[in-house]
Design a protein around this ligand. Sequence first.
Ligand code: F6P
Length: 592
Amino acid sequence: MGQAYSCITCFPSSSSKDPSQSQIPDLEMNDSGSPTFLPLSPCATPTTTTTTTSTPNSVARIPANLLNHTLDQPTQWLQLSPEISYNHNYSPLEMALSRQHRGSGFDVPGAVHSVTTPRLDKEMQGDAKLVIIMVGLPARGKSYIVKKLRRYLNWLQYETKVFNVGNLRRECESEHEQSAKFFDPDNAELKKIRDKLALDVLENLIRWLKEGGRVAIHDATNSTIERRALLLKRLRQEPQIRVLLLESLCTDDRILERNFRLKLLGPDYRNRPAADALADFKSRVANYEKAYQPIGDWEEERDIQYCKLINVGKKVIACNISGYLTGQCVFYLMNFNLADRQIFLTRHGQSTDNVTGRIGGDADLSPSGRKYAEALSKFIKEQRVQFALDLVHEQHEREEIWKSKGLEPLEKTDGSRTPEELMKAKAESICNSQFIVWTSMLKRAMSTAAYFDPDEYDIKHIRFLNEINASICEGMTYEEISNVYPDEYNLRKQNKLFYRYPGIGGESYMDVIHRTQSMIIELERMSQSCLIITHRVVMRILLGYLTDMSQKEMPHMDVPMHTVFEVRPKPYGNEILKWRYIEHLDKFVQDH
Ligand code: F6P
């Protein structure tokens, strides 16, 4: 069953100043200690980073008296020199138009190249760097969300790092008492320490961005306006940095109770008796709740861009989203779920081209490839049953742990069925749930799925999953390429990720990443289990995302033929299993 999603978006108000700048409004604290905003400077430099063919002398700026202009008036303002125009005080309309001229921060590594000049390099302040400030009470899944977001952005080549305030707090554990008392909002002394920890982490994060990072995530509760104002005030001193506030809310008691219990296994509580730890954690949450101020009017009045995720993305509210990168983040966050499922990935069975070592092409399976295809369909069926049993077993074990720690069972029964009957019913329902098979549109991949019954499986052939297009090198062996195109061969060796095969349709790994982006989003969105039958490059790219592999290693990942990778998403990350087909035994064995 798919989730019901809803999304509310709110665009910058027409009266806003410059939304791209005003995400970090000028902040001052008033006498009462609460934050006030200073008006923005009207001549803030517009923000852009996308392709433009402007040179300094062709930068046409919009004059202040544009609104009084008629078309038959002389347009000498178009010839204004950049020096004069840059010193101008712009109205909001001028700045908006000027932003359009420079583009809107559309920047895709490996696919969009921004033409700049030394001057534009110096002056442009597009969403070159992004800070995501997390907001939310403890146990609202913030760390889960940031881990996923970091993995996705890194996969897209935006270097991203999470800076967790709790980790720094734990490092300073000897200095401060870490029980619920430490989080008492009425204790000014302790609040000061917590604010300092948050600011110290912010400094680390800014330093990292200045050293070349692209997106930094401040992972903390940041649950009061005062705290957020403190962070925003510091960030305003960094004109290259844009900010997205990302709040996670949870109204589902079942998810909350599960999250609370996961905390008991985490670093703050794992060595304390469970009941005592749970009580302490709940009192910590209560302390935060006393002072909690969700994102709302305060941020909206200041045109700060924010996104609220309610119940792990079931409902999403986005406001003022004004950059390409932040738009990508919000789209991603709207598309994930927590369903228990299996994601299998395999290359197609051996093709006749694989036998002769030729790359690309559209050959069909060899006899050995056909044998693999047949074995694969049986193996997947067995693994589906095994998965259902494993899940039920894991759940039973977890309940036993809670019981041994003196806690109530998490999954309550209504008494009409025994726990064993319930488990059996659950296993059957997992086994019988819908299962999806995706293949590329190339013969060798479609033939590998030939043994899956379309009445039982939802089978789709998808072009995005086709192998990298090697253009002029299609159908050649690597040896032939090194003899005929030695320069190309060496260039690819030097930078496999960005190297694009020359000739019509030729692709790079980065190109394949972009065309599989929609596959990743779909994979995150759907809750059913699936099998993906594809090719070496696409396998590396999809597995690179699922296993959080660095881009440096990903293009060289070992993905042998006749091997199945099984991914089981878990709250703490993906669990990966690897199975190798042994042809002479006609069976799969697990590879450790
Ligand atoms: O040889 C099989 C194949 O899938 C080719 O079609 C493809 O060009 C190649 O592998 C990709 O591997 P690599 O990026 O290591 O050259």
